[in-house]
Design a protein around this ligand. Structure first.
Ligand code: 6R9
Length: 663
């Protein structure tokens, strides 16, 4: 069985899905995107993007070169132009007389609010840029940002961009060690954090993880830690290193001249899980990234900046927060909501309460959240006025038709178009998605490559599959917001994305074309799991398990899960002296609990296995590769598939027998 076939159980349902929702004529008449965009773009792809770059981005020095692909796979877009990302996101709107427009409606978990106009944002970002610069950070220096969802998080990212200092945001849910390895890899000189954030009604500390990380190896490049006070909880303090945000930023000057950088100057590094344990620092640069994030934000969500209220529920720790909370919306002068907390604090209607309160018209969220709300029942959103909504978006994993239909009916009042947007940290911006007002949408499918994007589904030999066929998703032409590499590791960049099919980008996703040629995504074909829209590497979790003294060996798989898309299931072999501990069902449960907590501590709660099963052996091929698909069969309670390539074919019987008796 090949990798692509292993995703075929997801195919069965999708093949029966034939519903389609053509755009409402009233919506189509006013839509930003028109069908002609596809033809214009296809006629001359680079010229199309150059037009977008001129229209949507303000250049300090206009570019004359569009695309340089001579050093493929490292692209250069608009390379002789200069610009500044923060100027584009903030200042130019103020200069255009829009300073009073609300940029951010911040809502804290506890109900505290803050309204930030574009003029406010200009002052805050300038102050922060001055303060960060006074801490010795200059153009090209890396800054790690480890913050909850706060106004300061957006300000911090933009302040770095203003200085030409690439930011690397690390999700606040990650552990001290995950933080440490990212700081070390990026050789950061500054870390921006907070005392903590509010999570499920209680303060949750962040600063201790920074303190711990900075005691670890490879972090002595860090000269300062800038600390936002959010919760007011006690924090450890290192004199000379730690600086309060309110001391440094509030005192700083509100004027700051942006650092004008080349279009190919690094804007940010964002770490994402790979198939090996070491996270990849995905590198994005300035001009092309800003062009494609603003283009997609305007056309995929049909943004009307004067009237819409936009809300993307993603955290800034993920690429969606970079492209569709910070850069895309702010470049387009949007008014948006940002929310600190969880959807069920203090009650399960919190999101819908916010939609009603701010009259949100465009909502962008993830299938895992949609499935959770679906599980909670229609009555909860039913209690709020959601009539302001006019476009709904989905991102992060395949959305099953059931959840899509629920989203449209219960949240969208059977009226709103849904855009299922496929893209990756690596692609920087949306690549495959319907265009509202143009595309007749199909529940469960991202459907079509956007204008200016070349996507296809190919077989093992890189031949495009015919309509109705399945294979691997690839991107066959360079695009403006594509990654420019993996930080410090050009070889790994080439190897990971460009070696499977020479000359074309391998996304790592299985996909299928339906009879109309529309694309349906089927999930990852490598060993990267997708839990609630977050990518986790099996190897990373296995390493964490094996780091525990009780564990000899571990294998981790993603098992289908109704709510989170995939759930982490771990199989472990205990070390000799500990094996006896798991012999009774109680003992086994205890070991399992211990190891789950261990993973949460090592990597972060998001990686905590749903189940840890103690087994006597692991299924391995003769070359020693663990056959995860067999374990996936066990984890998903299926009959175990073909085990003939196992070094020892009786292993699966041993595992099954052990699980029946051991609980
Ligand atoms: C933006 C983001 C990327 C992986 C990607 C794919 C999955 C994202 C999807 C989708 C089906 C969609 N994915 N959007 N699968 N339909 N609309 O999520 O980036 O965290 O890098 O994950 O997520 O498997 O390869 P990232």
């Amino acid at each position: 069985m090949t990798d692509t076939q292993s995703t075929s159980h997801g195919l069965e349902n999708l093949l029966h899905e034939t519903r389609a929702f053509p755009p409402a004529p009233e919506f189509a008449a006013l839509a930003n995107a028109q069908a002609s965009l596809y033809e214009t773009a296809a006629a001359d792809r680079p010229a199309f993007w150059a037009d977008q770059a001129r229209e949507l981005v303000t250049w300090r020095t206009p570019f004359t070169e569009t695309l340089d692909w001579s050093d493929a796979p490292v692209a250069r877009w608009f390379a002789d132009g200069t610009l500044n990302a923060a100027y584009n996101a903030v200042d130019r709107h103020v200069e255009a007389g829009l300073g009073d427009r609300v940029a951010l409606h911040f809502e804290g978990e506890g109900g505290d609010t803050r309204t930030v106009t574009y003029a406010d944002l200009q002052r805050e970002v300038s102050r922060a840029a001055n303060a960060i610069s006074a801490l010795g950070v200059g153009k090209g220096d890396r800054v790690v940002i480890y913050l909850p969802m706060l106004v300061e998080s957006v300000v911090a990212m933009l302040a770095c961009a203003r200085l030409g200092a690439p930011h690397s945001v690390v999700f606040g849910g990650f552990s001290a060690d995950a933080l440490r390895s990212r700081i070390a890899d990026a050789e950061a000189s500054l870390v921006i954090t907070a005392d903590g954030g509010f999570r499920r009604g209680a303060p949750s500390a962040l600063k201790p993880a920074v303190d711990e990380a900075l005691q670890g190896q490879g972090t002595d490049t860090v000269k300062h830690v800038l600390v936002v006070r959010r919760t007011g909880q006690d924090v450890g303090w290192t004199e000379g290193r730690d600086v309060w945000w309110h001391d440094a930023v509030d005192a700083a000057d509100t004027f700051h001249e942006p650092e004008w950088v080349d279009a190919e100057h690094p804007l940010f590094i964002l770490y994402t899980s790979g198939t090996t344990g070491k996270p990849k620092g995905i590198l994005h640069t300035t001009g092309g990234y800003l062009t494609q994030t603003s283009f997609t934000h305007k056309n995929v969500f049909d943004l009307k900046a004067e009237t819409d209220v936009y809300w993307c529920t993603a955290d800034i720790g993920w690429v969606t927060g970079h492209s569709y909370v910070v850069y895309g919306p702010l470049l387009n002068g949007a008014t948006q909501v940002i929310y600190e907390g969880t959807p069920d604090t203090p009650h399960r209607g919190r999101w819908w309460e916010l939609v009603e309160k701010y009259k949100v018209s465009i909502l962008y969220t993830a299938p895992t959240a949609i499935r959770t709300c679906m599980k909670w029942g229609d009555d909860i959103p039913g209690g709020f006025d959601l009539s302001s909504l006019r476009v709904l978006g989905s991102v992060g994993e395949p959305i099953n038709p059931e959840a899509w239909m629920w989203y449209r009916r219960v949240i969208g009042g059977d009226r709103t178009p849904i855009v299922d947007t496929w893209w990756q940290t690596e692609t920087g911006a949306i690549m495959i998605s319907p265009l509202p007002g143009v595309t007749a949408t199909k529940p469960g499918s991202a459907q079509v490559a956007l204008p200016g994007i070349a996507a296809d589904v190919v077989d093992d030999e890189a031949h495009p599959v015919p309509d109705g066929g399945g294979g691997y998703l690839v991107l066959s032409e360079p695009w403006p917001s594509m990654l420019r590499g993996i930080w410090g590791d050009l070889e790994r960049f080439k190897d990971t994305y460009w070696s499977r099919f020479p000359g074309i980008y391998f996304a790592g996703d299985g996909a299928k074309k339906d009879d109309d040629g529309d694309i349906w995504l089927l999930g990852r074909v490598d060993d990267v799991m997708n839990v609630s829209g977050h990518r986790l590497s099996t190897t990373e979790i296995e390493s964490a398990l094996v780091s525990h003294e009780m564990v000899a060996e571990a294998a981790v798989v993603g098992a289908a899960d109704e709510t989170t898309g995939q759930a982490v299931v771990a199989f472990v072999i205990l070390r000799g002296g500990h094996a006896a501990k798991a012999e009774t069902p109680e003992g086994s449960a205890e070991v399992s609990e211990l190891l789950r907590a261990h993973v949460a501590k090592e990597i972060g709660p998001i990686a905590k296995p749903r189940r840890v099963l103690v087994v006597p052996e692991l299924p391995k091929t003769r070359s020693g590769k663990i056959m995860r698909r067999l374990l996936r069969d066990v984890a998903e309670n299926r009959t175990v598939g073909d085990a003939t390539t196992l070094a020892d074919s009786s292993v699966m019987d041993l595992i099954s027998a052990g699980l029946q008796t051991g609980g």
